[in-house]
Ligand binder design. Structure first.
Ligand SMILES: O=c1[nH]c(=O)c2nc[nH]c2[nH]1
Length: 469
C-alpha cells in the first residue's frame, strides 16, 4: 500500500543537525519503506501530483510534528513491575538494587503467565510512548524470552532486539545458570528468534532479533564470556552488556579479572565490536574510551539511572566529538520512566551537571583574574551542554547507529524503513501552548514537557501500530 504524509517532519540525520523545522516535508511510504521524500516547494508540488493520482495524502495539522520512531538502547523488561522502587539503594551488595529488587523480580519470569502479562504490558507501554525499537534485557529464562519475541511479532512492534540474560556466578542460587546451560540456551534462543524473524516475513532490520547478553562482568565467568563471544560471531548477533557503570561495580569486576578495566575484559573476549552496545560507561577510563572507539562499540546512555547508581554523568557531547557512538536508553527499572521523552530531558539535565564545579564554601584559587572553576566552567559548557535537539538525535539516529542500523532506521531518508511518531500539542501536559509558537518552540516544549498524551500515533515498518484512543 502507498500513502504519504505532508507537514512538519523533523529529524536529526547528524549530531548537531536538525531538518524540517522551517519547511514542509512530503514522505511517501510504500511497503513499509520511505519510497521518496520531498522538502519545501518540491513537497507542495509533489503533494498535488500524488493527490491527482489518487494516492492518499495525510496532511498534518499545525499542532502536529512527525519525528523518527524512538530507539531505546537499554531496557530491562522483567523489571517493569518494580519501576519507581529500589533506586535509593546502591547497585551492588547484599542490600543493593540488584539483590533486593532486580534478581527476585526477574526470577518471577520463570512463571510463564507472569512473563506473558509483564511482557505484553511492557510492549504496549513502549508503543504508547513512541518507542519503535528497543534493545531489551529479558531474564535468564529461555522460554520466557521466547514469549517476548512472540509477543513483539503479534503486536507488530516495537522492534524487539531481545537478549536472554546470561549469568553463571554471584547471583542467588535460585537465579543462576551453569555455564553450559547458559551457552546452550542462548544458542537455542538465537535459533528460535532468527527463525521467527524470517517466518514473520519482514525484511532487515526485522521485527525481532536475538542479542547475546552477558549481564555484566561480576556475574559472568571467563568461560561464559568466551562461549558467548563465539555465538555472537557465529550467528552475527548484536551484543549488549553493562560496562564501567558505577564505582562499586568497577571495583568488583577489577578484583575478578586481574585488575583489568571492564573494556579490557570485554575486548579480550571479543565482545567489543560493532554492533556491541554497552550501557552506562560513566566510570570509564581514557584507555577504555580508546577501546570503544577502535572497536566500533557503542554506549547506551541512561541518564536517569546514572543519577542514582553511577555517581557521575556521561560527557556525551565530548565522546561523540571523539568518534564514539552514543544512543539513549530508559534503563527501566534503574531508570524510573519508560518514556524516551523523559530520557531525553534527563540527558539534557545530566549534561548540565558536568559543569557543576562549585561546592558552597569551597576555597577557589585565582588564575589570570578568573577563578579556576569559572574558567573550566565556561569551556566545559561549550563542550558538554546538550540541547533538546541533540537529545532527539540520541533517541533516534544515535540509537540506529549504535545498533548498526544507520542505513535502515533513525531518520527520514529514501530507502529507510518508515518507523515514526506523530507528536501533538493537544494535551493537558502542555499548559502554555500558544497559537504563535514557532515549530522549533513547539517541538522543544513537547520534548521538555511531553509524555504519552503527546504521542498521537506510532508507525512501525509503515504500519500504524498505535493511535491514541
Ligand atoms: O541499572 C542496572 N540494572 C541492572 O539490572 C543491572 N545489572 C547489572 N548492572 C545493572 N544496572
Amino acid at each position: 500500500m502507498v500513502f504519504a504524509i505532508f507537514g512538519t517532519c523533523v529529524d536529526t540525520p547528524e549530531f548537531g543537525e536538525v531538518r524540517g523545522l522551517h519547511e514542509p516535508t512530503l514522505v511517501v511510504v510504500s511497503s513499509g519503506c520511505i519510497q521518496s521524500l520531498y522538502r519545501g516547494r518540491a513537497a507542495e508540488e509533489s503533494r498535488k501530483t500524488l493527490e491527482n493520482q489518487g494516492v492518499s495524502v495525510r496532511v498534518l495539522h499545525a499542532s502536529e510534528i512527525l519525528v523518527p520512531g524512538f530507539i531505546d538502547t537499554h531496557i530491562h523488561f522483567p523489571q517493569f513491575p518494580f519501576t519507581g522502587a529500589g533506586i535509593d539503594k546502591p547497585l551492588m551488595g547484599d542490600d543493593g538494587f540488584l539483590v533486593k529488587y532486580a534478581f527476585p523480580t526477574e526470577e518471577s519470569m520463570s512463571d510463564l503467565a507472569i512473563a506473558r502479562s509483564v511482557y505484553n504490558a511492557g510492549l504496549e507501554t513502549l508503543l504508547r510512548h513512541g518507542t519503535t525499537s528497543a534493545l531489551i534485557f529479558a531474564s535468564i529464562h529461555c522460554q520466557a524470552s521466547k514469549e517476548l519475541v512472540d509477543a513483539a511479532i503479534r503486536n507488530r512492534g516495537p522492534r524487539a532486539f531481545v537478549g536472554k540474560v546470561c549469568v553463571d556466578r554471584h547471583c542467588p542460587d535460585s537465579y543462576i545458570e551453569t555455564t553450559e546451560t547458559s551457552i546452550n540456551e542462548t544458542e537455542d534462543f538465537i535459533n528460535y528468534t532468527q527463525a521467527r524473524a524470517a517466518e514473520a516475513g519482514h525484511s532487515p532490520p526485522y521485527l525481532v532479533q536475538p542479542v547475546v547478553t552477558p549481564r555484566f562482568l561480576p556475574t559472568c565467568t571467563a568461560e561464559l564470556l568466551a562461549g558467548l563471544s563465539q555465538l555472537a560471531e557465529r550467528y552475527k548477533c548484536i551484543i549488549q552488556s553493562h560496562m564501567s557503570e558505577s564505582i562499586d561495580e568497577v571495583e568488583f569486576s577489577s578484583a575478578l579479572f586481574e585488575g583489568k578495566t571492564d573494556a579490557e575484559v570485554f575486548s579480550d573476549f571479543g565482545l567489543l565490536r560493532a554492533p556491541s552496545v554497552m550501557a552506562h560507561c560513566v566510570q570509564m577510563k581514557c584507555t577504555e574510551e580508546d577501546l570503544l572507539r577502535d572497536s566500533g562499540a557503542a554506549i547506551a546512555h541512561c541518564p536517569l539511572s546514572n543519577f542514582f547508581f553511577a555517581s557521575g554523568a556521561l560527557p556525551v557531547k565530548q565522546l561523540i566529538s571523539r568518534g564514539i557512538k552514543v544512543g539513549l536508553g530508559t534503563d527501566v527499572a534503574g531508570g524510573y520512566s519508560p518514556s524516551m521523552l523523559s530520557s531525553m530531558r534527563a540527558a539534557v539535565l545530566a549534561s548540565k551537571t558536568l559543569h557543576f564545579q562549585y561546592l558552597p564554601g569551597a576555597v577557589q584559587s585565582s588564575v589570570g583574574g578568573l577563578s579556576v572553576g569559572a574558567k573550566e566552567k565556561e569551556s566545559s559548557k561549550e563542550q558538554d551542554d546538550l540541547s533538546h535537539f541533540d537529545a532527539l538525535y540520541l533517541a533516534t539516529m544515535g540509537g540506529a547507529a549504535s545498533l548498526g542500523l544507520q542505513d535502515l532506521l533513525g531518520s527520514f531518508e529514501e530507502g529507510k524503513r518508515f518507523d515514526a511518531v506523530l507528536l501533538t500539542q493537544v494535551s493537558t501536559a502542555l499548559s502554555f501552548v500558544c497559537r504563535h509558537d514557532s515549530r522549533e518552540d513547539l517541538l522543544q516544549k513537547i520534548l521538555t514537557l511531553g509524555d504519552d498524551r503527546n504521542v498521537k500515533e506510532v508507525f512501525v515498518d509503515g504500519q500504524s501500530v498505535y493511535s491514541q484512543p
